[in-house]
Design a protein around this ligand. Structure first.
Ligand SMILES: *Cc1c(COP(=O)(O)O)cnc(C)c1O
Length: 370
């Protein structure tokens, strides 16, 4: 069989498999005249909340906005500190800083790449207003010790679950463990829209009501503004398409896990460190990220030479990003993060990969590390 072209993500391939269903709901929404919020959005919010086992879902325009409005609901602003991880996408730090607060970084666990709960308490001060752990690459942080510290100091936790929808922690889905969960439906995420979309989930009724106001200009009665808000609404078109895709989410997670097992098998005995799966939960493989000591860049070059897509998530950790240096403590040494930055390599991961493609990718990496 001829090798099919390899993509890092395959949003078109996934769309083609469910095209009639998607096209059908697009027509339904276009004909309805309700393009922002409305029934599709409400139904989708309820479906996500049910799936995650939480009480409320509040749609918004992106995962980044989900983080921002979640912090706004907690009243975070100038003078406040938010404890978070430096090894992630920029959105967490960006939204903290936009609200006038200061990110305080805590180094990561070398196996899961997630915030190290044992180091969190030392980062807490009287100004700490939230802790934002990120469930990176599709695997939960170790939430029990993290929640123990947070509860002891009465600090709310916002789970950045943008990469981990559907992942379990001790039999419970992530998102409902902290005070709020922030979800992204960016097209390449495990549940991806056809554009930008996001949601905040929570079990707290007061927070849910506040979030509902914040995403529509701080208002629940039109032209009456009770709190400072933003314009961050979920489009009906995205909600309708996501409702279709949601029915496939568990199947798609299983396809990612199967692809991960093929990779794991291929890398056995090569010195390439395959993703660690903590015994406390499941991994939904938003990314399949290996660690390669010393030869990571050589492996990346080899993949590039064979035109195999790959990526480094993330090449510059947040505590070293130029834009944020003025509000970052120089004393923040993050040795585990720095080491991970030099060794991680993310390989193609999506629902449409086959075993032959994965064998081809594995062989290219194996050649480089031999
Ligand atoms: C994608 C992502 C975000 C931002 O989501 P958008 O929908 O792109 O705004 C935030 N945090 C993490 C960890 C992400 O992966």
């Amino acid at each position: 069989m001829e090798l099919r072209p390899i993509h890092m993500v395959d949003v078109v391939g996934q769309y083609k498999k469910i095209k009639p269903e998607i096209d059908d709901v697009v027509q339904r929404v276009l004909n309805s005249g309700q393009y922002i919020l409305g029934k599709e959005v409400t139904e989708f919010e309820n479906e996500i909340a049910n799936y995650l086992g939480v009480k409320y879902g509040i749609g918004c325009a992106s995962g980044t906005d989900a983080l921002q409005v979640a912090m706004m609901a907690l009243g975070i602003g100038p003078g406040d500190e938010v404890v978070t991880t430096p090894f992630t996408f920029v959105a967490t730090t960006e939204t903290i800083v936009l609200l006038g607060a200061k990110p305080v970084y805590v180094d990561i666990d070398p196996k899961t790449f997630n915030i190290d709960p044992a180091l969190v308490e030392a980062a807490i001060t009287s100004r700490t207003k939230a802790i934002i752990p990120v469930h990176l690459y599709g695997q939960s942080c170790d939430m029990d010790p993290l929640m123990a510290v947070a509860n002891k100091h009465k600090i709310p936790v916002i789970e950045d679950m943008c990469q981990a929808i559907g992942a379990d922690y001790k039999g419970k889905k992530v998102g409902g463990i902290g005070a709020m969960g922030a979800i992204s439906f960016f097209p390449s995420k495990n549940l991806g829209a056809f554009g930008d979309a996001g949601m905040v989930v929570t079990n707290d009724q007061a927070l849910a009501e506040k979030l509902r106001m914040i995403v529509v200009h701080g208002s629940r009665v039109r032209y009456k503004h009770e709190v400072i808000g933003v314009n961050s609404r979920l489009d009906a078109l995205q909600a309708a398409k996501l409702r279709v895709k949601m029915r496939y989410l568990d199947e798609w997670i299983a396809a990612r896990q199967t692809a991960a097992r093929w990779y794991d098998k291929g890398f056995a005995g090569t010195g390439v460190t395959t993703p660690f799966i903590a015994s406390y939960g499941t991994h939904v493989f938003h990314q399949y990220t290996v660690r390669i000591k010393a030869k990571r860049d050589k492996a990346a070059e080899q993949l590039a030479a064979q035109k195999i897509p790959h990526a480094i998530y993330y090449p510059i950790p947040l505590h070293k990003q130029e834009a944020y240096l003025p509000m970052t403590d120089a004393s923040h040494a993050m040795p585990v993060t720095d080491e991970a930055t030099a060794e991680v390599l993310s390989l193609p991961m999506h629902t449409e990969l086959d075993e032959q493609q994965i064998a081809h990718i594995v062989n290219a990496v194996r050649e480089a590390v031999r």
